[in-house]
Ligand binder design. Structure first.
Ligand SMILES: *[C@@H]1O[C@H](CO)[C@@H](O)[C@H](O)[C@H]1NC(C)=O
Ligand SMILES: *[C@@H]1O[C@H](CO)[C@@H](O)[C@H](O)[C@H]1NC(C)=O
Ligand SMILES: *[C@@H]1O[C@H](CO)[C@@H](O)[C@H](O)[C@H]1NC(C)=O
Ligand SMILES: *[C@@H]1O[C@H](CO)[C@@H](O)[C@H](O)[C@H]1NC(C)=O
Length: 511
């Protein structure tokens, strides 16, 4: 009772503060894009401090319902005031891009500040990271404000095969802001919900298989899953270095492109992969690919027959997307339809192979991550499993058993079986996705929802999810454009073209 009263007094103060924000200018923060925010900064209609205060108030109001945020950065307001001062002083890099813009980062991305980095698990609550993750360093360099940590499926959905998506022990179950009963998908659940429901300007998610693309589709936001290595994974609680990638989740393709521009590039702590992928980064950045007419002449593949690559002859889904195919054509794209794949069974084996390879990769990568922490209550996967057993109620071990952890713990590095699995994955990519793309000279493969996420995941290929509409009961769904490694510039042109032609995203209803 006492606590509740205090909370409501606190809320009142925040509400009064927010009224001041609204009174002091005619700028509406809800739904504001990065370009609009930067313009408002310039015209003195808004400060970064106002913006951060507004979002903290939104989190106070909405997070008890949506559970999209695990922690708010106690230094966010201070960082915003600093950004405002830098803009006043015309410091280089101020007044453009992400400077002064609040960002939420998924709770598996390390930040060297007052916040914890836990992947949603109590096992990591008192751990101390050595430094910021590579992408967080780049965000700070750009002047972005780290507003807080976004909730997620615990351990990025790699602890339990039957835990609900968007659940973790610390923040509990995240809720889809469009339709509360709808699966919010995962594992970057909070990253998607927070931008959808205007609790932050932009956010970062991570993906191993579907974790950016699926929640983006389910919560009606734009998600970019970059080519593996384009963004650094250093300081990210890992699953598989072969598949893990960090990417933007935002309300518009333009905002996502601003974030991508800020976070790509070489990082000495993820040196091999980021150096290798640096060749894909356009010299003058990604923003120039946000151009009208971007769909003109683009060859887009549609595989109606295969569930894995598209629609699986599902008439209901196909009917939903036919009008989008028309829109793509009307805007100058060339649709190559009914594409065939030979040897489909050969490709289907990838699911089993992915499971085998990732289990072994996870154990090695997680143990490395835990050993590098400055201090930590757990130093190995075995320690985490023991922690979960010890705090079984807290971690809901009976409801959501740690079957994936136990399977991973049984592995012993990359042995004969894992090598065979990896070879199978290489073959599945080569004779599956790559062959279809190359033989048909495709710029992108168009698929519904996050249907193609495994195909893109196993080969480290990029994909972009864009809001594509709402079912009659309001369930959001996305369209995904996937491409070969390094094809982000082309995918951005296609995604932007689709977004500008359809403009389908709308904010969720008031809770
Ligand atoms: C980090 O976790 C500790 C509990 O171990 C908590 O006291 C602290 O408030 C957390 N940090 C933030 C920013 O929430
Ligand atoms: C480097 O890039 C090539 C493609 O250009 C890719 O085939 C290879 O797997 C990459 N290596 C690493 C370590 O990422
Ligand atoms: C889809 O339909 C085509 C043509 O009718 C058929 O050849 C194919 O086997 C079907 N695919 C699936 C997955 O049912
Ligand atoms: C690799 O693929 C073959 C079929 O091509 C399959 O029999 C085998 O079980 C697969 N191996 C693994 C480890 O997934």
């Amino acid at each position: 009772m006492h606590k509740k009263m205090l909370a409501s007094v606190f809320l009142m103060i925040l509400l009064l503060q927010s009224m001041n924000v609204v009174e002091s200018s005619d700028f509406i923060i809800q739904e504001a894009t990065i370009d609009e925010i930067q313009a408002a900064f310039k015209q003195n209609k808004l400060t970064s401090e106002n913006l951060v205060q507004f979002y903290i108030q939104q989190i106070q109001k909405l997070n008890p319902i949506y559970r999209a945020v695990i922690e708010v950065n106690p230094d966010a307001v201070h960082q915003a005031m600093k950004a405002d001062q830098e803009r006043k002083d015309k410091v280089p890099k101020s007044g453009v891009g992400l400077h002064g813009i609040p960002v939420l980062i998924k709770d598996n991305i390390a930040s060297k500040d007052k916040m914890n980095t836990t992947a949603g698990s109590y096992a990591l609550l008192k751990s101390v990271v050595a430094q910021d993750a590579g992408v967080v360093k780049k965000l700070r360099d750009s002047g972005a404000i780290i507003l807080g940590k976004a909730s997620l499926s615990e351990w990025s959905q790699y602890r339990s095969s039957n835990a609900p998506k968007g659940w973790n022990a610390r923040a509990e179950q995240a809720v889809n802001p469009y339709v509360a009963t709808l699966d919010p998908c995962g594992s970057s659940t909070g990253s998607a919900i927070s931008v959808a429901a205007n609790m932050v300007s932009v956010s970062l998610g991570t993906e191993t298989d579907g974790s950016i693309l699926c929640p983006s589709s389910a919560n009606s936001v734009v998600g970019i899953k970059p080519t593996v290595g384009l963004t650094s994974r250093a300081g990210v609680i890992p699953i598989s270095h072969r598949q893990d990638t960090v990417g933007p989740m935002c309300r518009t393709v333009t905002d996502a492109t601003y974030v991508l521009d800020a976070i790509v590039g070489y990082d000495e702590n993820d040196a091999v992969a980021t150096r290798n992928a640096s060749k894909y980064i356009p010299k003058s950045g990604y923003l120039k690919h946000l151009k009208l007419g971007g769909l003109k002449g683009k060859r887009l593949g549609i595989m109606r027959a295969y569930p894995l690559f598209g629609f699986g002859n599902d008439t209901e889904t196909l009917n939903k997307f036919e009008k989008h195919f028309d829109t793509l054509r009307q805007n100058g794209a060339i649709l190559i339809e009914n594409l065939e794949i030979n040897n489909f069974n050969h490709i289907l084996i990838m699911f089993n192979s992915e499971y085998i390879a990732v289990a072994a990769e996870f154990k090695v990568a997680l143990n490395d991550y835990l050993m590098e922490l400055v201090t930590s209550p757990v130093r190995s996967l075995a320690d985490v499993i023991a922690f979960n057993n010890k705090y079984a109620d807290l971690e809901k071990i009976k409801e959501y058993p740690q079957d994936l952890f136990l399977a991973a713990e049984k592995t012993n590095g990359i042995g004969k079986l894992e090598k065979e699995a990896l070879m199978n994955l290489t073959k599945a990519s080569k004779y599956g996705f790559e062959k279809v793309m190359i033989d048909n000279k495709l710029d992108a493969l168009v698929t519904p929802y996050a249907q193609s996420s495994s195909v893109l995941a196993i080969g480290g290929y990029p994909g972009i999810s864009v809001p594509a509409g709402y079912d009659k009961n309001g369930d959001p769904y996305g369209i995904c454009f996937g491409g070969l490694k390094g094809s982000e510039p082309t995918l951005i042109e296609v995604a932007y073209g689709f977004e500008q032609a359809t403009n389908l995203r709308k904010p969720p209803p008031m809770p």
